[in-house]
Design a protein around this ligand. Structure first.
Ligand SMILES: [Zn+2]
Length: 543
């Protein structure tokens, strides 16, 4: 399991009494699921270190002194006037006292609580204003040429000539548009340039001010390096876009080691989290906000989705198709491994079960996970749509014992998930509705013969779903009907479509008199269509 591998490597290569794990995000709009992967990854490392008796802190910073460099689609057009200002100084899109950065930061905090992560939050605007950056700002001003040189050398770009300090313009409040033109050890001289960046227009002011206590911010690579030093960060992963050779992580690493005298934290470069195949970007509004993911998936599953794959493997989550039933099945397998319900026959199988078990351990969203029955999600979705079926009764029968409170709440959760899924992402073949009158469908003579004989079977006695399932198989073999033709005959007669849930269960769940009447009607007076010839119509595919 990849978390265990990382934790073991950290303990071996960076032996320390205590660790500081850091993650950060600029709250420039709705924060997308890609950032949630980072939170879960760091939270897993924290959990792994705690299990190894190594105290660690997990910090999460909202970089809200960053300038607003584009307007999120959700924000009104009048917000364009704030482009270039620190996110902490732009009003909240929802009105009220909070800032723009605070609004989206708090929204993200709500999301990570759902997946069981509880990092300590800090806001860089507060760090700047309270003077925590002062020492590094002084160093950056004194050694500005060295920092620019490092950026050029590591990134290989001659265009890397940005001064590491950006004063806040006293006239217009922008920080993205200013350029340092002098430094006397107390004050910076700066210009607020209309043409410094394409996404914001400086006011043209030229002035002198103290760069300390919120009077300026560090350019982002220098800021990253300074934060490692100020917070004493020892472990920090980042998305692979930051981790390319000569990229921002390489530059920040050289800056922290050569200028700020602190080792580069243990790096963990992780892959994208895509939804429906697209990389997510906070500012362009493409992709799925993290909040939507936790609305689609229950908490444990959302976390499992990010814990299960190796961190260097891309996640491409598409909630349509078979994704959610498959995810549930994998989650159940991991739970079974965790609770010792699986036994490996070969060393390879045993390893795999151990891996599943650790995945479940890191996927838990809160404390002890109770052991309970886990009815397959696809089955829950099917049974829920059958009239008169009580899932609690079915589950108790399957278990062979009365349900515990945990069993009931787990089943209840699955029913809620299934209801939501059936109403949104479930493929059509999972959805069905028993038709109150005989649907207008075409049945071949052989299919009608089959339904007639099935009526005779149903008339004999009350059958359980499984018994009826076996009788259906016997009957279609006797008649010489292909399985798909036999099952589609039942689905067509009851659901008006050629696919559906397990037919035995379906029929056993319905009122027996109703089933008999429908089978008889379909066998004799099935609506005749153009294919109703002697050869009959080939049955449709049962998916
Ligand atoms: Zn200005």
């Amino acid at each position: 399991m990849w978390v265990d591998v990382i934790v073991e490597d950290v303990l071996k290569t960076r032996p320390q009494d205590r660790y500081v794990i850091n993650d950060a995000k600029s709250p420039s709009g709705p924060i997308h699921v890609g950032s949630l992967r980072g939170v879960v990854l760091h939270d897993c490392i924290l959990r792994g270190l705690a299990a190894a008796d190594r105290p660690a802190r997990f910090l999460f910073g909202f970089d809200d002194y960053d300038p607003m460099d584009s307007r999120p689609v959700a924000a009104p057009a009048e917000f364009d006037q704030y482009l270039g200002m620190p996110l902490s100084e732009v009003p909240s899109p929802a009105g009220g006292r909070g800032s723009f950065g605070r609004y989206y930061g708090l929204e993200f905090i709500e999301v990570w609580k759902h997946v069981g992560a509880h990092p300590e939050v800090y806001w860089t605007s507060e760090m700047y204003k309270s003077g925590k950056f002062n020492e590094t700002i002084r160093t950056a001003l004194d050694r500005a040429e060295d920092l620019i040189q490092i950026d050029r050398e590591i990134s290989g770009s001659q265009k890397a000539d940005r001064h590491p300090v950006q004063p806040v313009c006293e006239h217009c409040g922008r920080v993205g548009t200013t350029v340092v033109v002098g430094w006397d050890g107390h004050q910076v001289e700066y210009e607020c340039r209309p043409d410094k960046v394409t996404w914001a227009k400086g006011c043209g002011h030229r002035g002198k001010r103290s760069p300390f206590d919120g009077g300026s911010k560090l350019q982002y690579k220098a800021e990253w390096a300074a934060k490692w030093r100020i917070l004493g960060v020892t472990i920090e992963g980042a998305g692979k876009d930051h981790m390319t050779k000569g990229g921002s992580h390489d530059v920040a690493s050289a800056m922290v080691e050569r200028i700020f005298n602190h080792p580069t934290p243990y790096p963990i470069p992780y892959e994208w989290f895509l939804v429906g195949g697209r990389k997510m970007s906070t500012s362009t509004g493409i992709g799925v906000p993290a909040a939507e993911l936790v609305a689609i998936l229950r908490e444990e599953l959302a976390r499992f989705l990010m814990v299960r794959p190796h961190y260097r493997q891309q996640i491409n989550f598409d909630p349509t198709g078979e994704t959610i039933p498959n995810l549930y099945d994998e989650y159940d397998r991991a739970a079974a491994a965790f609770f010792g319900e699986l036994e490996g026959k070969t060393p390879a199988e045993t390893d795999l079960i151990r891996d599943h078990s650790r995945t479940f351990y890191y996927s838990r969203t809160n404390g002890e996970q109770p052991r309970c029955i886990r009815m397959r999600f696809a089955k829950v979705a099917n049974l829920m749509q059958m009239p008169t079926v009580n899932l609690f009764d079915v589950a108790a029968k399957e278990k062979g014992a009365p349900l515990t409170a945990q069993d009931r709440s787990e089943l209840q959760q699955r029913m809620e998930d299934a209801r939501r899924w059936l109403g949104s992402y479930a493929p059509d073949h999972y959805r069905f509705q028993v038709q109150s009158s005989m649907p207008r469908v075409e049945l071949s003579p052989m299919q009608r013969e089959f339904l007639g004989q099935l009526a005779a079977v149903v008339a004999q006695q009350e059958w359980s779903g499984e018994e009826l399932h076996n009788r259906i198989h016997d009957l279609k073999s006797q008649i010489g009907l292909k399985p798909k033709d036999a099952f589609s005959a039942i689905y067509l007669a009851f659901l008006g479509k050629d696919s559906g849930p397990q037919a035995g269960w379906l029929l056993a769940s319905l009122d027996r008199a109703f089933v008999l009447a429908r089978l008889r009607q379909a066998s004799t007076a099935g609506v005749r269509g153009p294919f109703d010839s002697a050869q009959g119509r080939p049955g449709s595919e049962v998916r």
